[in-house]
Design a protein around this ligand. Structure first.
Ligand SMILES: C[S@@+](CC[C@H](N)C(=O)[O-])C[C@H]1O[C@@H](n2cnc3c(N)ncnc32)[C@H](O)[C@@H]1O
Length: 258
């Protein structure tokens, strides 16, 4: 049986190993051509409408691993430049591409080579001309200052050990007046140390989830303003007092000041 991580492997390497496997499942689904739902944390059927899912190929939906639908709340306009942090198989990029149209552009950034490879193949299969995918870290975004109208991300920032750098980078790449709409996992209260130390919980987007107030505080500290929590739902059904009961999926919007 394939080992999921080895002794001495960094957290980043083990996250990449997990998402490499998911990308391989996405490519297998694309080749099989069957409608396959992702097996990741949140069901695509809970997150996306049937109309949205119908517009996507199986290689896209099978690799979906989000916990919200930022595009649905982003009020995208024709011609806008959109950046997706941790774009995975590209699901939100392809949905955004329909709104920004041929005069707009969508850029997906991901640190896992197999995911970027899958997303590029998905772009060919979807004939998405206005979407590109780049290898990169969300802590050092490979985009120039003040060039993006809308930064989105779906269930990724929780996986970063340097969330402060991620939000500083979001501020840097946004145009003045530009907005960020991100879905992510947070918790109401600190997770038990053994959950935080469990790599499987990190891959599942829970181990790295921060207390909601601290997470929102980082967004403010980065200089983003007019912050609003657009959605806030409990992610796991568990009795009160169980740590699982404090896990939430939120979607937040904030703006770079003009
Ligand atoms: C939970 S999946 C979400 C993928 C996609 N947003 C979606 O909704 O399907 C997390 C993705 O983020 C990428 N990722 C995790 N940490 C990252 C980092 N620090 N920099 C860039 N990409 C990262 C992973 O490779 C993986 O593709």
């Amino acid at each position: 049986m394939k080992k999921l991580f080895s002794v001495g492997e960094t957290l980043t390497e083990s996250v990449q190993a997990h998402y490499t496997e998911l990308a391989e499942r996405g490519e297998a689904a694309a080749i099989a051509g069957a409608a396959v739902a992702s097996t990741e944390c949140c069901s695509t059927k809970e997150v996306y409408s049937s109309e949205e899912l119908a517009a996507l190929t199986s290689g896209v939906t099978a690799a979906s691993a989000g916990c919200g639908n930022p595009v649905a709340l982003a009020d995208l306009k024709k011609g806008e430049v959109v950046l997706d942090l941790g774009s995975g198989g590209g699901i939100d990029c392809f949905l955004a591409a329909r709104f920004v149209g041929p005069t707009g552009r969508v850029i997906g950034v991901d640190m896992t080579l197999a995911m970027v490879g899958l997303a590029r193949k998905n772009a060919e299969r979807m004939d998405a001309q206005n979407v590109i995918f780049k290898m990169g870290r969300i802590e050092a975004i490979p985009e120039r200052d003040a060039t993006v109208d809308m930064v989105m991300s779906n269930c990724v920032i929780n996986l970063s050990e340097r969330k402060d750098l991620v939000f500083a980078e979001v501020f840097r790449v946004l145009k003045p007046g530009g907005r960020m709409v991100i879905s992510d996992m947070v918790v109401d209260r600190e997770l038990p140390p053994e959950v935080r130390a469990d790599r499987k919980q990190w891959w599942a987007c829970v181990g790295g989830a921060e207390v909601k107030a601290d997470y929102l505080g980082r967004i403010r500290d980065a200089g983003l303003e007019r912050m609003e929590v657009l959605e806030d739902v409990r992610s796991m059904i568990a009795p009160e007092g169980d740590w699982r009961s404090s896990v939430r999926s939120i979607t937040v919007r904030a703006f770079r000041p003009v």
